[in-house]
Design a protein around this ligand. Structure first.
Ligand code: PLP
Length: 389
C-alpha cells in the first residue's frame, strides 16, 4: 500500500484502465453466463442501501422484515403460503444450506445423496464440507435425471434426493413430481435446485410451455434454491433458499451473543450479509410482479426458439436436445467442440464449454441483433474449418 492515497479523479481513471479487460453484459457478447445486467431499479436500490447488514438482524429489523416479505413472495411463486428462507450469497450457499438442514434432520447412518450427474458443482462442495457421499445418476438424452436409475440407487444410507429444475449444462428439468413421490415413499429429504429455473419455469408454464411442476405443491419437496441474481433481474449477490418447515431452517441456526443489535441466531453460512441485496430483491419482486417476470421470460424463450431454429439450419452444427427453457446446448459435427469454442472466443464470444457441448444461455441482456451476429460468426467458424482466427 502507498503512503499517500490517490485522488478520487486519478483513482477512477486508473480503475477504468485496469478494468478494460473485463467483459460487459451490455456488449451482448456474454452468451454463456447465467447472470445478466441487473435491472436499473435494482441497481439504484442496491446503491442506496449499501450499509445494511442482515448479519446483524437487531440493527436492521426493517430490512429483515423485507427479507421475510421477499421470501413469502418467492414461496407463493413456488406454491406455498408460508416458507422460512433467506436471501443468501447465491445458489452455492443455498444448496449447501439445504443439504446441511437435510443432514441435521436425518439419522447419523444416512449420509448419501442421490442426484443427477448434471448437478451443479456446489453439491460437490456441500458433500465435502458436510461429509456426505454423492451418488450420481446418469441423465437421459434430454439432460434430465434418469428416474429409474435414481430409484435403484436409494438404499439404507440414503439421506436425500436432489431434483434440478433447470440444469446447469442444458436447462433440463428433472422429473420432480416422481422424485417427490419417491421421497415420500422412502421418507427422504427432497431438495430442488431451481437456482436458474425458479424464475423461468413458473412463467414458462403460465405461457403454455409443457414443463413439469417442481415447487412446494409437491408434498415431498422440503427445500428449494431459487436465485434472484440469475433470472430474477436482481443484483449479485442474491441467492434464495426456502424451507417448507421452519424447524428445518431453525436446525442450522448458530447463536451469536455479541451482536450490536442484540443476541441473535444466524441461519446462513456467511456472517455479514448484504442487506442491500435483500432490499434490491424485494424491490424487483414488488416492481416486476408476475406479469413483469412473465414478459422477461417470454422474450428470452422467443429468442431461444429463434436461435434453436437457426442453429439447426447450419450444416455441421446440431442441438444436443430441444431446449426446455432459455438454455441451448449445441455441438459441432465437423470440428472438436473445443476448437469451435476457441474460435468463437477469439471472435469475442464468451460461450460456455462442457465436455459434450457448448452452451448458450439466452439471458435478458441478449437481443435479436446479438443472436444474428452470433449466428453469422458460427456459420463462418463451422463452414470454413481451415480459416485461421
Ligand atoms: N445451481 C445451478 C443449477 C446453477 O446453474 C448454479 C450456477 O450456475 C448454481 C446452483 C450456483 O449458483 P451460484 O453461482 O450463484 O453460487
Amino acid at each position: 500500500m502507498r503512503e499517500k492515497g490517490l485522488w478520487q479523479f486519478s483513482l477512477w481513471r486508473l480503475l477504468k484502465k485496469l478494468l478494460k479487460a473485463d467483459n460487459s453484459f451490455k456488449s451482448g457478447r456474454i452468451i454463456g453466463s447465467m447472470c445478466t445486467s441487473p435491472h436499473p431499479l435494482a441497481e439504484r436500490v442496491f446503491r442506496r442501501y449499501l450499509e445494511k447488514n442482515v448479519g446483524d438482524p437487531g440493527l436492521f429489523p426493517a430490512t429483515i422484515a423485507l427479507e421475510a416479505e421477499a421470501i413469502t413472495a418467492l414461496a407463493s411463486l413456488l406454491g406455498l403460503k408460508n416458507a422460512t428462507g433467506y436471501i443468501v450469497s447465491g445458489g452455492t450457499e443455498a444448496n449447501i444450506l439445504a443439504l446441511w438442514a437435510a443432514k441435521k434432520a436425518s439419522p447419523p447412518e444416512k449420509r448419501e445423496v442421490v442426484l443427477s450427474e448434471a448437478a451443479h458443482f456446489s453439491f460437490d462442495k456441500a458433500a465435502s464440507l458436510l461429509d456426505l457421499k454423492l451418488i450420481k445418476v446418469p441423465v437421459k438424452s434430454d439432460g434430465s435425471l434418469n428416474l429409474k436409475q435414481a430409484a435403484q440407487k436409494i438404499g439404507p444410507r440414503t439421506m436425500a434426493l436432489v431434483g434440478i429444475a433447470g440444469t446447469t449444462p442444458l436447462g433440463a428439468v428433472d422429473p420432480i413430481p416422481e422424485l417427490s413421490q419417491l421421497a415420500e415413499e422412502n421418507n427422504l429429504f427432497l431438495h430442488v435446485d431451481a437456482a436458474f429455473g425458479g424464475f423461468v419455469i413458473p412463467f414458462a408454464r403460465q405461457l403454455g410451455r409443457q414443463l413439469p411442476e417442481f415447487g412446494f405443491r409437491l408434498a415431498g419437496v422440503k427445500s428449494i434454491c431459487i436465485d434472484p441474481h440469475k433470472m430474477g433481474m436482481a443484483v449479485i449477490p442474491a441467492g434464495g433458499i426456502l424451507f417448507r418447515q421452519r424447524e428445518l431452517a431453525e436446525a442450522i441456526r448458530v447463536p451469536v451473543p455479541y451482536l450490536a443489535g442484540g443476541e441473535s441466531a444466524l441461519p446462513t453460512i456467511i456472517g455479514t450479509r448484504s442487506g442491500a441485496a435483500v432490499i434490491a430483491t424485494w424491490a424487483m419482486l414488488k416492481h416486476l410482479g408476475e406479469s413483469g417476470y412473465r414478459a422477461v421470460v417470454k422474450r428470452c424463450l422467443e429468442l431461444t426458439d429463434y436461435l434453436a431454429i437457426q442453429l439447426k439450419a447450419i450444416p455441421g452444427l446440431a442441438l444436443v436436445t430441444e431446449p426446455a427453457i432459455n438454455i441451448v446446448g449445441l455441438k459441432s459435427l465437423r470440428l472438436p467442440n473445443t476448437e469451435l469454442a476457441q474460435r468463437l472466443r477469439s471472435l469475442g464470444w464468451a460461450i460456455s464449454l462442457f465436455d459434450t457441448h457448448l452452451r448458450i444461455v439466452v439471458m435478458p441482456h441478449l437481443r435479436l441483433s446479438h443472436l444474428k451476429h452470433l449466428l453469422a460468426d458460427l456459420r463462418r467458424c463451422i463452414v470454413q474449418p481451415k480459416v485461421h482466427f
